[in-house]
Design a protein around this ligand. Structure first.
Ligand code: GNR
Ligand code: NI
Length: 179
């Protein structure tokens, strides 16, 4: 098992459109397991391959209370939607940023499972939101794309400042003198 590195906005690699998975083999299952481990380590409820710089169409989610029910979706498609609601979202690629995004309240998803076989699933609530959020990542889209240009500008500034502070702290601990 390997914990993978999560790309952070505005990394241009998050804009890559993922390619369909052509074979569900041992290597792909290993990637899925590494994504699940990475999602749990980061305390997320979902992760798209795009976020770990792998541009293939797979995503994992776990919206269970005990964090013991990971679900894998390979080549997911939304085949039906119902309802519309604005729900507060967060993203592991935008640490500390939360805002409301319009989403369908119910979705029916068709995807391939771990065994490479197709399945269909009805999702609602947080699972529905999370699946739509992860599928956006596979299209090179992040939730702040739904916000205004001004909000995005402020978010980019805030993230840059926080990254700068994290780097400074790390260097101070390592004994690197500030300029
Ligand atoms: O951990 C996550 N929480 C979350 C909360 C509300 C709506 C969507 C999400 S997904 C996010 C993990 C993530 O960034 N997945 O891409
Ligand atoms: Ni995300």
């Amino acid at each position: 098992m390997t914990k993978l590195v999560i790309l952070e906005y505005p990394d241009p690699r998050l804009r890559t459109r993922a390619e369909p998975v052509t074979e569900v083999d041992a290597a792909l299952r290993q990637l899925a397991d590494d994504m699940i481990e990475t999602m749990y380590a980061a305390k997320g409820i979902g992760l798209a391959a795009t976020q770990v710089d792998v541009h293939k169409r797979l995503l994992v989610i776990d919206v269970s209370a005990a964090h013991d029910q990971p679900q894998l979706f390979i080549n997911p498609h939304i085949i039906a939607r119902e309802g519309q609601d604005c729900v507060q979202e967060g993203c592991l690629s935008l640490p500390g940023i939360y805002d409301k995004v319009p989403r369908s309240t119910k979705v029916r998803v068709r995807a391939l499972g771990r065994d490479g076989k197709p399945f269909e699933l009805d999702a609602e609530g947080l699972a529905a939101v999370c699946i739509q959020h992860e599928m956006d990542h596979l299209e090179g889209k992040v939730f702040v794309d739904y916000l205004s240009e001004l909000k995005r500008l402020l978010i980019r500034r805030r993230l840059a400042k926080e990254r700068r502070q994290r780097t400074n702290l790390r260097e101070a601990r390592a004994g690197v003198p500030a300029l």
